[in-house]
Design a binder for this molecule. Structure first.
Ligand code: ARG
Length: 366
């Protein structure tokens, strides 16, 4: 019996990781929590159904490329078991037209030391996504006697979990930004809801983005569930679609974070980093002016890199500015051609979930 699961941050030496799969991916029909998150000018508005086969194949090729690169560097790569998502998802509380995908794993699985927890996502179409990872979780459970296999309290996602008429087609970007600044999001506070990709782990400290996918009650839940940790709510008033922290605020090694220059972490929230001599550097400009077709994310997936250790980092191959900045910051960037996976929910960090990194729980902000 060996230790399989251990990870406390996103930068200690990576030894084992889950890489997502794009099979059976569906663009979900509108539901209370999703329409708010699809940019108004997106070509995806009003369309749903299985994603075109050719795009699924290309995404899988990109994911396989990433898996190969990782394996060539001695990292063990695990893959989920795809599920047919083109079927209705029904619970006693709701019915969704379809599921979505088993991408990105980062949204669903949160690794905290020897524990992997499936999150409490607010999209109805993602309610059963964790099942794609259950075969792996069961394997870790059988092979690692210390592994804690956990499921966060499942939200019910009734109509009470969402503000209705929150969204109106005519809402301008300025109004959206105002709502972000006022912490006025589509989700209500009737139950804790959170996506794992909103949680930035830095050892003892958890920085959790309050936004469209994670509510305040989730922060309270984290405080009680992990009393030995410090939980910090963060928000980025420059982001009109605040979903997931990993294209916004990305640590590269102890003491160094790249920050999305458009989204602006408020001064008050920077203090803890500055007081502990952490450097917050503005990320390089994305190389692209538009995301690829049928993509929910912004061009800032440029900074969604996968850190392998305090020196080596995987960066998307076409992101020339980000590659160059990594070198300036003393990192060794490894390019991987990955853009074909972007439409399936995210970049290199999103598309993975930590299983094992060396190191233990550090206090970086004593
Ligand atoms: N909201 C981010 C952006 O568009 C995308 C984050 C994707 N991350 C993820 N874990 N799925 O800039």
């Amino acid at each position: 019996m060996t230790k399989i699961v251990n990870s406390w941050n996103d930068f200690d030496p990576l030894k084992r990781v889950i890489v997502g799969k794009a099979d059976f991916s569906v663009i979900p029909d509108e539901e209370p929590a999703t329409s708010e998150k699809v940019p108004v000018d997106s070509e995806m508005r009003g369309m749903w159904g299985p994603r075109p086969t050719e795009t699924v194949e290309k995404a899988n090729e990109a994911l396989d490329r990433l898996a190969k690169e990782l394996e060539s560097r001695g990292v063990i790569v695990d893959r989920p078991t795809p599920i047919q998502w083109n079927q209705a998802m029904i619970t006693p509380d709701f019915r969704a037209q379809s599921g979505m995908t088993q991408m990105p794993p980062r949204d669903i699985l949160l690794t905290m030391g020897n524990e992997i927890m499936a999150s409490a996502n607010s999209f109805r179409c993602r309610y059963f996504e964790y099942l794609a990872y259950w075969p792996l979780m069961n394997q870790y459970f059988e092979e690692d006697p210390e592994f804690l296999w956990t499921q966060a309290p499942r939200p019910r996602l009734t109509d009470k979990s969402y503000k209705h008429n929150y969204y109106d087609e005519k809402i301008s970007i300025e109004e959206r930004l105002e709502r972000t600044a006022n912490l006025d999001f589509v989700t209500t506070e009737v139950e804790p809801m959170w996506d794992a990709a909103d949680v930035l782990r830095l050892g003892k400290d958890l920085f959790i983005q309050h936004g469209l996918t994670t509510n305040r009650k989730a922060m309270e839940w984290f405080k009680r569930y992990y009393p030995e940790h410090r939980v910090h709510a963060v928000n980025f008033p420059g982001d009109p679609y605040p979903i997931h922290i990993d294209a916004t605020f990305v640590p590269l090694r102890p003491g160094l974070i790249i920050n999305n220059p458009e989204r602006r972490l408020p001064e008050a929230q920077r203090k803890i980093f500055e007081a502990n001599d952490w450097q917050i550097v503005d990320a390089a400009q994305p190389a692209h002016t538009e995301p690829p077709p049928l993509c929910y994310s912004s061009v800032w997936l440029s900074m969604n890199c996968l850190v392998l250790d305090h020196k080596n980092v995987i960066v998307e191959a076409s992101e020339v500015n980000q590659l160059e900045q990594m070198e300036k910051l003393g990192m060794n960037p490894i390019p991987v051609d990955f853009r074909d996976a972007y439409a399936f929910g995210g970049g290199l960090h999103c598309s993975t979930a930590d299983v094992y990194r060396e190191g233990s729980m550090e206090d970086y902000f004593p």
